[in-house]
Write a protein that binds this ligand. Structure first.
Ligand code: FMN
Length: 370
């Protein structure tokens, strides 16, 4: 074709990591680590290797500690067994010429006592998100979490650092801090989930503090150019998050301050719901935040091929992360290159164990080329 698609152009991240294209695989929990150690194994190797033509794969959220878990069968990155498991995944992806970051995750108050021998999950403040938690016995109502002590906050920062060290040992090209989607770090940012009176609450700067302390801690175990992070500024009415007038100013503060670092990338999500009627929220995240950030910006949320090319062409993002399309189109890059038909994902197998709906989506057949 004559049209040079921006999506298929290469891009180099800070630190010189060269990516083949700007079509990234967004982080997606798939709940296949159904073993007592919550370690990835052969099916994870196969799944991620099938998607190695992505410019960058960002793995599913992977808990940084036993406290950080909030869903069944999600993999961790805190034990030796898990590091061994991930080594197989990074090798499989690298053998196929791909690049892969791991998403580091702590769910905070979205967890449930059933994951913690009856102990309460940790959060910035003792405020129930009134959500559902997916426990070994099925969905249960969330509880009022335990307000973290300063010592618990320090330990959590240490857990992220340790996970970063483990990620390097496992052969990842970098890490993505999961500071998005209503999980622990997002709970700190938001005034409706963080009513602390110490240096981690109150002002915008204080509510953002834990993120920057985690970045500083991670820098001790990896170059900052291997650190990316994810934000969902206009999230409202999902994952226990309620936005308010200070929400967008908080994210503007965070994004501007990220310019003090030479990070791999900033990963933003467009709103998960229509927020156009909420005057203090932003409907067009890439457009709003692009001018505030000088580094590589990847955007996600509801993009197809056309919208992806357009957002890059307009200069509002440098790359696009695709989630659901990557479940059912392991060769999404090749399909975009050939303007081929896309397969639809089956929701019923998003989180079920085994290969079905995971590694059995076929790559493009010649006959499907338009
Ligand atoms: C099955 C599934 C699992 C997901 N798990 C994660 C996750 O672990 N971490 C995360 O940051 N976002 C997660 N998300 C959100 C996606 O990364 C993405 O933001 C969302 O699906 C919108 O992008 P899309 O329109 O391209 O699907 C998940 C989404 C789906 C569908």
């Amino acid at each position: 074709m004559n049209y040079e698609q921006p999506l298929v152009q290469p891009i180099t991240l800070a630190g010189g990591l060269e990516l083949k294209n700007r079509i990234w695989m967004a982080p997606m929990t798939r709940s296949r680590a159904d073993n007592p150690a919550n370690k990835p194994f052969e099916i994870h190797e196969k799944y991620y290797a099938q998607r190695a033509s992505a410019g960058l794969i960002i793995t599913e959220g992977s808990q940084v500690s036993t406290e950080g878990v909030g869903y069944i069968n999600t993999p961790g990155i805190y034990s030796d067994a898990q590091v061994e498991g991930w080594k197989g995944v990074t090798k499989a992806v690298h053998d196929k010429g791909g690049k892969i970051f791991i998403q580091l995750w702590h769910v905070g108050r979205i967890s449930h006592p059933d994951f913690h021998d009856g102990n309460l999950p940790l959060a910035p403040s003792a405020i129930n998100p009134n959500e559902k938690s997916f426990t070994p016995e099925g969905f249960k109502e969330t509880v009022t979490p335990k307000e973290m002590t300063r010592a618990e906050i320090k330990q959590t920062i240490e857990d992220f650092k340790n996970a970063g060290k483990n990620a390097m040992e496992a052969g990842f090209d970098g890490i993505e801090i999961h500071s998005s989607n209503g999980y622990l770090l997002h709970q700190f940012f938001n005034a409706t989930s963080n009513v602390r009176r110490d240096e981690y609450g109150g002002s915008i700067e204080n509510r953002a503090k834990i993120l920057f302390e985690i970045i500083e801690a991670l820098k001790e175990v990896m170059p900052e150019q291997k650190i990316g992070l994810r934000l969902n500024p206009s999230l409202n009415g999902a994952f226990g998050m309620t936005a308010d007038q200070e929400t967008i100013p908080t994210f503007e503060y965070i994004v501007r301050k990220l310019n003090d670092y030479d990070l791999a990338y900033l990963h933003l999500s467009e709103p998960f719901s229509d927020v156009s009627a909420i005057t203090y929220l932003v409907s067009h995240i890439a457009k709003h935040f692009r001018p505030l950030y000088k580094g590589t910006l990847v955007i996600n949320g509801g993009f197809d091929q056309e919208k992806g090319n357009k957002v890059i062409e307009q200069g509002d993002a440098d790359a696009v992360a695709y989630a659901k399309l990557y479940i059912s189109n392991p060769d999404l890059v090749e399909r975009f290159e050939q303007n081929a038909e896309l397969a639809s994902p089956d929701k019923d197998t998003f989180y079920t164990p085994g290969e079905k709906g995971y590694t059995d989506y076929p790559a493009l057949k010649e006959s499907q080329v338009r």
